[in-house]
Design a protein around this ligand. Sequence first.
Ligand SMILES: NC(=O)c1ccc[n+]([C@@H]2O[C@H](COP(=O)([O-])OP(=O)(O)OC[C@H]3O[C@@H](n4cnc5c(N)ncnc54)[C@H](O)[C@@H]3O)[C@@H](O)[C@H]2O)c1
Length: 327
Amino acid sequence: MRVGIIGAGWIATQHVATLRRLGGAEVVAVCDVDESRARELAGGAATYKDWRHLIDRETPDAVFVCVPPLAHREVAVAALEKGINVYLEKPIARGLEDARAIVDAAARSSSVCAVGYQWRAVEVLDDLRETLAGQEIGMQIGISFGPTKSRPWFLDRAQGGGNLLERASHTIDLERAIGGEVVAVKAAASRVLLAQSQGEHGDIEDAAALVLNFANGSLGTIQVAWLREGLPGKYSLDVLGSDSVLHLELDPDFALRGQSRGRSVEATSRQHPVERSVDRFLAAAREGNKNGVFCLPADAAGTLSVAVACEEALASGGTVKVTEHWR
Ligand SMILES: NC(=O)c1ccc[n+]([C@@H]2O[C@H](COP(=O)([O-])OP(=O)(O)OC[C@H]3O[C@@H](n4cnc5c(N)ncnc54)[C@H](O)[C@@H]3O)[C@@H](O)[C@H]2O)c1
């Protein structure tokens, strides 16, 4: 499979390494508006400054869209319209209008589109679902704190949505994958800067707490924080069922432990979820199986609706209903 990479920053570097490890796909071209970044990543493959030229001249079988969220729509829609399979990095887009355009383009296209919410590909999620079968979920408690890379668009709320979209949306997506649709949210942020310095910072918060009300009556919480480089992080999800307490450890180990129906539960993952997510995308693209990926555009759009509602709740201090339907 001939693959093009669009956007040659942090996540693209990881995807190129994953593709090399997996085999079966060749990176034939890399594009970045900063061509030196494209060259650095290309390792002999063709380089482009304009993604349109990459698409037209290389006609790749698949592209990995690794540009910042505001640029997702244009690239993803154009690729899907040309029948190219798309692995689109999360969040699906910065705003709901762009998300709608991508969901519609994916529905019209015969090609496969996966969104890079890799925690849907955590192997032990299957064990968690099996364990919870026949039980009610009462509450999910998501923790996501640690250092991350500072990028200009991430520091600007209008471009990246800050920690809510960039980081907490992974946990929103995971809680939705387990608990179903969210109907209302509340949010609060700390005014203290943890990772950003007093002198040099954007307009985003470093720490926030979200409360999600699910359609099935259950509750989800998410605590997200951006910490300074060198401090230890913690990424996990606890799930409280009617007869179980389960702890899902996320990043760097993806393991499940706890107790259910009087028995202890323990399971570990063999494959990293990013690799599993990309692997599944490549297989779906080869088979032309649009539904064969872990996170469909409509799944990611639903997650964006919740994240955008959290942004509104953060601004207003009130409860915000989630009204968009994507399926
Ligand atoms: N799945 C994950 O865990 C994960 C982790 C990090 C980032 N991401 C997502 O990946 C995307 C990229 O994030 P990143 O951290 O790699 O950002 P980055 O800033 O490191 O890289 C983005 C690159 O895109 C280039 N670019 C910008 N506009 C472009 C355009 N129109 N055409 C070509 N190149 C363009 C920039 O020059 C930059 O090199 C974001 O949507 C982000 O949310 C996902």
